[in-house]
Design a protein around this ligand. Structure first.
Ligand SMILES: [Zn+2]
Length: 117
């Protein structure tokens, strides 16, 4: 089942269908134009925590967030403005990296959107 944001957005374009990154609740690199991943990439641009190099290492973006018991960064890589997000995981200072879940992605989006207002 697609993520909440993919369902809310639908497919407002002609052409290929989106492939949600969170069909199983955990990030999959087999994705294209997943609304949650696009939102996270936009946030990393808005807050200036991304770096783009089309000729070499492609793009990286991070989104910081805080939860009740933890805080960390969502780390993502992608190429140009293409719809596929190749990698995404969570890096915390005090723990090993771990998989990105839809629940943590939503938490990070809400955390950063709150700060804008
Ligand atoms: Zn999605």
């Amino acid at each position: 089942m697609p993520c909440k944001l993919c369902i809310e957005r639908g497919k407002p374009w002609k052409g290929d269908d989106p492939r949600c990154a969170f069909e199983n609740g955990t990030f999959s690199p087999d994705n294209w134009n997943c609304a949650t991943m696009i939102a996270l990439r936009e946030i990393s641009r808005e807050i200036g925590t991304n770096y783009r190099d089309d000729n070499a290492v492609a793009s990286i973006g991070t989104v910081p967030f805080e939860g009740g018991d933890y805080s960390g960064y969502i780390v993502m890589t992608w190429y140009k403005d293409r719809g596929r997000t190749s990698n995404a995981f969570i890096a915390w200072d005090s723990e090993p990296i771990r998989e990105l879940t839809e629940a943590d992605a939503i938490l990070a989006i809400e955390y950063n959107r709150q700060e804008w207002y």
